[in-house]
Write a protein that binds this ligand. Sequence first.
Ligand code: FAD
Length: 483
Amino acid sequence: MPKQSPHVVWFRRDLRLEDNPALAAAADSGAPVIPVFIVERPDRLGGAARWWRGRSLEMLGASLERLGSRLILREGTPLDAIMALLHETGARHLHINRRFEPKGLGIDAEITTEAGHLGIEVHEHQGNRLHEPWALKTLKGESFRVFTPFWRRLAENYRTPQAWPRPKKLVAPAIWPGGLPMEKLQEKAIWTTGMAAAWQPGEAGALVHLKSVAGKLAHYHEARDLPATDGTSRLSPHLAWGEISVHEIWRQLTGSGKAVENGFLRELGWRDFNTHLLYHFPRLPVESWSAQFRAFPWEKPGKQFRQWQKGLTGYPIIDAGMRQLWLTGWMHNRVRMITASFLIKDMLIDWREGEKWFWDTLVDADLAQNAGNWQWVAGCGADAAPYFRIFNPTTQSIKFDGNGDYIRRWVPELAKMPARYIHAPETAPAEVLIDASIRLGRDYPRPMVDHAKARQHALDLYQGRGQNPLSGPTPKKQDDLFS
Ligand code: FAD
């Protein structure tokens, strides 16, 4: 029977055995290891992410059992839950991989203090980002606000750490503490069917998936903007749940040099950049970064907001994206930008309403990435797209989904529309609509707003010609695509 007091490993968004510094350190101690996951109350996760979490924890539990261990599930306020577990098990060591969300940081600091009073050591490890958000500074010693210099600094300084080995065995404690049954966390509602068909949550699925990504990257640069193709890695939910380590992705993909050349690693850099922003500006999810935007007269979300959520706007590319999101818990990045721009700039709805909807429906929902990107599209974030960039959903659709294959897949009522009219069915001649079995307003909605008018209205407001006090230079030149 083991005599050493156990080490507790508290899993959060690092649901993996491979390259997991907190787990590796506990295993290395030679002491019994108690892996735990706490469903933190209040549970702020959205529905789609809850589904993913349940499946991923099931996988993690099964992997731990193969090492002679198990995953203890608890729920409650994290401070109480973790302190109770440490007390019950007599553990003197707690291992965590650092997290950077403002609430999580506060909780971890509180636990470290409380544990310290009891002589329990909290070991914090770095395992979830390429760099710690405080590690990179501008030449003036400040945090970064602009992505390109941030990325340059990160890429220059980054040294891939040696992988932390997957433990071969974990010593079990003499007595296992009790926990919740795994079934308690499984979301089985009917709306999860599409997600279950689209994804394989868990570390094993993530590692298999990563192998298939390497082949795709040769064409990443050209394919990443085409939503009908399988041109991006689709690693985001695996990364969001830490089922794969970002260092491992870097290790596996830099061998050929391709990932660097074609910009893939730069995208991973955005993940770190948004984390950096959130760490230095904890109000990122709730307040526009740019003070000028804080008094913007947003419209109240009503019927049109619900049409946007359901994918019934009458703009096929938007409807395709919103339905892909609802059915699979994921949306292609190009379409995330188009749908977000439409909500904010054509409908004048507060970016935080869109952020909340994405939070509830994305399997990859991540506080920093979601807020950072919504602020970027709104034009109010650090290093954001200028506010006068208003995506034209129809031109975007023609450019990035020329044949309309993405639209046909997610908006099946338009399946018979010819490519020429699929991007704007209301422009099709009557006989084309008849051939495609579409009666506008019945089988598929007419556009719910007139983009040209909505765009002008938004620009007027942004430039202070409406009631909004936002001021700034009138854009001299605008990209056609955005007009
Ligand atoms: P790839 O193109 O294969 O990129 C590889 C990885 O790089 C991604 O898995 C992701 O971790 C990272 N990455 C790529 N683009 C971005 C980006 N713009 N910002 C940050 N990281 C990026 N991503 C999330 O992970 N969680 C979110 O909650 C989220 N919300 C978003 C909301 C809006 C309005 C927008 C416009 C984007 C959002 N993104 C979010 C970023 C991006 O859309 C997804 O990361 C990407 O679509 C995931 O697909 P992929 O794994 O195939 O990406």
